[in-house]
Design a protein around this ligand. Structure first.
Ligand code: PEP
Ligand code: MG
Length: 747
């Protein structure tokens, strides 16, 4: 970079620092800054646009454009050149602005006189704050050095905005992180929670973005990077031979920590007048902006690694960080970009709610949040940049809505909703011990789904009559290495101890598809949901299957044992797996272990193929459980994890209900016990229709037992059957409207 540019830039940043330290009000400061910048870079125009709301930019100060346009000229995100800079977070540099794509003429500004245009985004760690623009009459593009220098200035402006330097009158100058916001995401665990924000990774505040002595700043940066490198090397040493994925991340850390390009860019930022921490943050902000545009999952992960590494470096430089002594507020709502299941388990039930910027409905963190019954909303854009530790926050896990710093009216409406839910919970508690018998005398067995130790207390609290599905893979998923057999024995024992007389259906390891064990070699598959998963993996990796079967037999220690194999697509798969059970029993007998008092071995029906297996299979199998989540995705060919299609087909679609009825009939011929354990079993209207189709055991999340039971107790299944039959007869696609109409007449 040219010597002159560096000196000029440092001079300008020095003057900005004086501005920051001055007593001036926000508007005055902005006015002076636009003047300073225009003067320093010898251009006629400098303007600062800030967001007045999420979608609208407002001209807040200008040197060179008509002063009457200030606070009057506004544009939407994406509108005109300024809007384009904001929308894409990218520089626009043109010698001939009026002919540039997207140019919009704003007559009140008088900008028609200016030909060249350079717009730079003002953004901080992914948060868009505004746009800095310089213009001039002379038709020439700005040089790379000039662009770079202006990016550095924009970075300082972003830090100043964050520190509240531009607070003044009007929406565009209102302080950051203080407005009420309604943010929408995806519901991942229902329930409502009110509390205060607890940032999993508290934001680092850079109070000194500008530095006078570049040598000193370079030294500070080098020392901090050295400390970071040593730290990463140490972590790598400790992790050798351990979890492969973790190693991969650490290798990526090391690569970045030693990256010459990264260092060079930060040193250039420092040469222009930034402090070491501001230089780190500038590069981090740009990496985040790139992250928003990259779709390739591998590249996104690497950018996320760089982001994590930058956070570590910032913590070293500023001495701020996780261990900053702050205490969890009494009603913490965890806010994070993403969180691993292990970290989440550590917080445990102390959390009232969780809001994730990324996350997904099928992620391990979601599984844990569900087990702990903590309301969770995922895909909440901007939450980590908008929320501050301690902010008041409302989480509506039913609708996937988050209110940050809510207005009083929103708070009272929300509290009314929570109070109504609490009343309903009281009602459910009063029927906890009541057996579920419908009005026409059908006895429905209400059991629960579980998978973590955290689920066990629910066995008593919810009134569940047993565990209809124990997802054993969860214990494997939340670890960094394959659990030992002895550890599994201890865990399964604890489950059986907690269950006492109640039956527990242990499902063998259901991995593959969306459930990837971090320590097992990952096989890239074009369609993982249709790939090497569940019993297919078990039959190909007999060692793991045997280890788990042994653990189950030993944990039962003479008590009854129920084992279920997932994802059986044809009879022989089940037969082979059952043969493995027999052999394991024999081996355990020879080894002198006590054998289970009784042994039931069943299969999950999750692919349509099994519903059409020879009748002999239905005679042989100990029991069948319909895995509705998978069965539905294969029945409708609609990926259960894909937001675009996963809600497209109704469980109460006549085709699907007819199919379920057919399975009920086939099981009835051979008296094969049948249950349903997908999520739909926990949705009251769906559960009612499943019961009407003849399902007598429903396995669901513990929190769903109350609402489902309450509806079943009030209902006559014969009536529901008739409603369904009539809707079918009329040729309706889904029976839902008819059933809902009927339910309304019942209440
Ligand atoms: C199912 O597919 O319905 C099921 C219960 O199994 P999982 O959700 O664990 O795949
Ligand atoms: Mg399944």
């Amino acid at each position: 970079m040219a010597e002159g540019t560096e000196t000029e830039s440092r001079k300008l940043l020095g003057r900005l620092r004086e501005e920051m330290a001055s007593e001036a009000a926000g508007q005055e400061r902005l006015d002076r800054i636009t003047h300073l910048i225009a003067d320093s870079i010898h251009r006629e125009v400098c303007s600062i646009y800030l967001f007045r709301d999420e979608d609208t930019l407002e001209l807040c100060a200008t040197e060179g454009l008509s002063p009457e346009a200030v606070h009057k000229t506004r544009m939407r995100m994406g509108e005109g050149l300024v809007g384009r800079v904001a929308k894409y977070g990218k520089v626009v540099n043109t010698a001939d602005a009026p002919s540039a794509k997207g140019f919009r003429y704003m007559p009140e500004t008088g900008e028609e006189r200016y030909s060249s245009f350079l717009g730079v985004p003002v953004q901080r760690l992914g948060q868009k704050l505004g746009v800095l623009v310089v213009q001039s009459r002379e038709a020439r593009e700005f040089s790379a050095d000039e662009v770079y220098a202006l990016e550095v200035v924009a970075m300082v402006l972003a830090e100043m905005a964050e520190l509240g330097a531009f607070v003044g009158e009007g929406a565009a100058l209102s302080p950051l992180h203080q407005q009420s916001l309604l943010l929408r995401g995806g519901p991942a665990q229902e329930g409502s929670a009110e509390g205060h924000v607890w940032l999993h990774e508290p934001r680092v505040v850079v109070t000194n973005p500008i530095a006078e002595d570049p040598h000193r700043e370079r030294e500070r940066l080098n020392e901090a990077v050295e400390e970071l490198r040593v730290g990463v090397d140490k972590m790598l040493e400790i992790s050798q031979g351990g979890d492969k994925e973790q190693l991969q991340v650490l290798e990526a850390y090391r690569m970045f920590a030693n990256s010459k390009g990264w260092m060079r860019r930060m040193e250039e930022d420092i040469a222009l007048g930034l402090s070491a921490e501001a230089a780190v943050e500038k590069e981090q902000s740009q990496a985040r902006a790139r992250m928003g545009q990259v779709t390739d999952p591998y590249l996104r992960e690497r950018l996320a690694d760089l982001d994590d590494l930058s956070n570590r470096l910032l913590r070293i430089l500023t001495g701020q960080g996780n261990g900053n002594g702050a205490d969890l507020p009494p009603d913490p709502i965890l806010v994070a970009r993403n969180i691993g299941p292990g970290d989440l388990l550590e917080y445990g039930r102390s959390l009232k709610g969780i809001v994730l910027e990324e996350g997904s409905v099928g992620s391990h963190a979601t599984i844990v949040a569900r087990a702990l019954a903590i309301p969770l909303v995922v895909h909440v854009g901007r939450i980590t940049t908008e929320a501050l530790n301690g902010d008041h926050i409302l989480v509506d896990g039913d609708n996937g809505v988050v209110h940050l710093r809510p207005e009083d009216t929103v708070v009272s409406a929300f509290r009314d909703k929570v109070a109504m839910e609490a009343k309903a919970q009281e009602r459910y508690a009063s029927i906890r011990e009541t057996p579920t018998v419908t009005q026409d005398g059908a006895r429905i067995n209400m059991v629960m789904n579980a998978g973590l130790m955290a689920d066990l207390p629910s066995l008593n609290n919810s009134g569940a009559e047993g565990v209809g599905l124990f997802r054993t893979e969860l214990q494997f998923l939340i670890r960094n290495q394959m659990p030992k057999r002895s550890e599994l024995v201890t865990q399964y024992k604890r489950v059986l101890d907690a269950a006492g007389e109640k039956r527990v259906v242990f499902r063998t390891l259901d991995i593959g598809s969306d459930k990837v064990l971090p320590y097992m070699k990952h096989v890239a598959e074009p369609n993982p949901a249709l790939g090497w998963r569940a019993i297919r993996v078990g039959l190909d990796k007999r060692g793991v299957m045997r280890m788990q079967l042994q653990a189950l037999i030993r944990a039962a220690d003479g008590r009854p044992l129920t084992i279920m194999f997932p994802f059986v697509a044809q009879a022989d798969e089940f037969r082979e797996a059952r043969w493995e059970v027999k052999k394991t029993i024999e081996r355990e007998r020879r080894l002198g272990h006590v054998l289970p008092e009784t042994l039931e071995v069943g299969a999950m029906l999750e692919t349509p193929s099994l519903a059409f297996a020879p009748q002999k299979f239905f005679d042989e199998v100990g029991f069948i459980s319909i895995g509705g989540n998978d069965l539905k995705q294969f029945f409708f060919a609609a990926d259960r994890e894909n937001e675009l299609v996963r809600r497209r087909y109704d469980t109460l679609n006549v085709s699907f209900l007819t199919f379920i009825e057919r399975i009920v009939e086939r099981c009835a011929i051979s008296d094969t016990p049948l249950s349903f354990c997908g999520e739909d079993a926990g949705r009251p209207v769906e559960a009612l229709c499943l019961a009407a189709m003849g399902i007598r055991t429903l396995s669901m999340r513990p929190a769903s037992i109350g609402p489902v039971k309450s509806l079943l107790l009030r209902s006559n299944l014969q009536d529901v059957r008739k409603i369904i039959a009539d809707a079918r007869h009329r040729g309706e696609q889904s029976v839902r409207p008819a059933v809902m109409d009927w339910l309304r007449t019942q209440s």
